[in-house]
Design a protein around this ligand. Structure first.
Ligand SMILES: Cc1cc2nc3c(=O)[nH]c(=O)nc-3n(C[C@H](O)[C@H](O)[C@H](O)COP(=O)(O)O)c2cc1C
Length: 167
């Protein structure tokens, strides 16, 4: 049984959260393949004043991406972790592009967002994953701050393990 962890991260926080979850799962004997999304045209700084970032986040809602190390075969995985930072109150364009491109009806998914404010942002990723990707979201959580607490990561790992056990 394998899991895919798909993330986009610009400043490293979502990467750390994703990799901490992956470590926790691996310690429980679960095999996880990690896929990182990169925009073909990266966003330059200052990010908050980048007109293309704002346009692609709020209006176009997508951007062309490449998947590292390679395009995933979603049928190989029992569950997909989707992780994204929050930009301008919504999910970043690369994860939305991934979900649109890799629809998978009924595939179990866990949605993780990271943000500065402690708001219920992960609901947005859940909604997009369900509506646009047809995923079956079994858990969603927003993680705040540069130093994610071990407790939060542990509880996500537990939820994933419980979700894998259920049919
Ligand atoms: C352009 C931009 C817009 C952001 N908008 C929000 C926001 O609306 N709400 C919020 O809580 N955090 C916002 N943030 C903070 C990020 O969501 C947060 O720092 C996130 O954890 C960064 O993830 P990353 O390091 O994986 O890129 C924004 C950051 C950037 C760069």
């Amino acid at each position: 049984m394998r899991i895919a962890a798909v993330f986009y991260s610009k400043t490293g926080i979502t990467r750390k959260v994703t990799l901490d979850i992956v470590d926790g799962l691996k310690k429980e004997g679960i095999m996880v393949d990690v896929f990182e999304l990169k925009p073909l045209r990266d966003y330059s700084r200052p990010l908050h004043l980048n007109p293309r970032l704002i346009y692609e986040t709020l209006i176009k809602k997508t951007t062309e991406i490449t998947v590292i190390p390679h395009e995933p075969e979603l049928k190989d995985y029992k569950l997909i972790i989707l992780a994204s930072p929050i930009w301008c109150g919504t999910i970043a364009p690369p994860i939305r592009e991934f979900i649109k491109k890799y629809k998978y009806s009924g595939k179990k998914a866990v949605c993780i967002t990271t943000s500065m404010l402690p708001l219920n942002y992960s609901k947005k990723l859940k909604r997009v994953a369900e509506r646009e990707g047809k995923y079956k979201v079994i858990h969603y959580v927003n993680v705040v701050g540069r130093k994610p607490y071990k407790k939060v990561i542990d509880s996500i790992v537990r939820k994933i393990i419980e979700g894998l056990a259920k049919e």
